[in-house]
Ligand binder design. Structure first.
Ligand code: PEP
Ligand code: MG
Length: 288
């Protein structure tokens, strides 16, 4: 085995389960270093590329050219693998002055993710152009964060399609993060506008359990393995009309919870590269 960035991690991109289906291991990416480690670790693809790194801790938005260059650098090590790139997931809890998001007492329930982007269509268009150009020649898929209702997905898809038309390129697969209970319960309403789904168990757990992420006093509730969360995951798989459903929250990288997610029907786990070794080991030694 090979040691990458201090992590013993290379191994199979997927494993067969007893029922004949394959369980796939994907990586979450937030830096070039992550991309290189994921490629060396032999993952099936990048299931969540977070783009927040481009925007945090600066007063102005990076130019379209800078976004394109930095995203291209992030994607380069992953050439040849499917890459799910999430558009900016901003909110009043992540200071991004250029978006001029109003102060909110409860940012988790506020104007964040796709809600924020749809209120800034010019910014969103430039962001999409940068992403689409950076992804030229890659197996790129675009994912929307904090989707709540089908109308938001329709609006987001229309902007992607319009941008692709202007660039004279084919429209890539477009999918939704499922991290809001309304979206999870009514995933069938999203099927028409989505080519894939990815369950964000970090936020989904926060909203299902009514327990703020990172609130130490509520840590006992922040449990993605709670049956309420797992039942919703199973519901999403059952209602997704055959669209791929992955999990890209921390739960995918926790062996105990990952097993429960697989029992709920999930066959695509996307996790931080540092989590791969223990999750692979757990499934290689006793497949469900
Ligand atoms: C999630 O909510 O599970 C997720 C993957 O997104 P983030 O942690 O970036 O909010
Ligand atoms: Mg989230």
């Amino acid at each position: 085995a090979q040691r990458v960035a201090g992590v013993l991690s290379d191994g199979p991109a997927s494993l067969p389960l007893r029922d004949g289906t394959m369980l796939e291991f994907w990586a979450n990416i937030g830096s070039v270093r992550d991309s290189m480690a994921a490629a060396a670790a032999g993952v099936a693809g990048a299931g969540l590329v977070r783009t927040e790194f481009l925007f945090l801790d600066r007063p102005d938005a990076p130019s379209e050219a800078e976004q394109q260059d930095r995203i291209a650098a992030l994607l380069a090590p992953l050439a040849g693998r499917p890459v799910v790139l999430r558009v900016l997931d901003a909110g009043a809890d992540k200071p991004m002055p250029f978006l001029a998001l109003a102060h909110e007492d409860n940012p988790a329930l506020g104007v964040r993710g796709l809600r924020a982007l749809l209120r800034r269509p010019d910014f969103f268009r430039a962001h999409l152009r940068a992403i689409l150009r950076a992804g030229a020649g890659m197996d790129l898929r675009i994912m929307m964060p904090m989707v709540t209702v089908a109308d938001e997905m329709r609006a987001a898809r229309a902007l992607v399609a319009e941008t692709c038309r202007a660039l004279a390129i084919a429209v890539p697969p477009v999918g939704a993060m499922i991290e809001v209970p309304a979206a999870a319960l009514r995933v069938r309403d999203l099927v028409e506008g989505c080519d894939f789904f990815s369950i964000g168990t970090n936020d989904l757990t926060q909203y299902v359990m009514a327990a703020e992420r990172g609130q130490q006093a509520l840590a006992a509730f922040a449990d993605a393995a709670h049956p309420a969360v797992l039942d919703l995951c199973a519901h999403v798989v059952a209602q997704a009309a055959g669209r791929p459903v992955s999990v890209c929250g921390e739960a995918a990288g926790d062996p105990r919870t990952a097993r429960l997610l697989v029992e709920a029907g999930i066959r695509r786990l996307s996790m931080g590269v540092a989590r791969l070794a223990s999750v692979r080991t757990c499934f290689a030694t006793g497949l469900p």
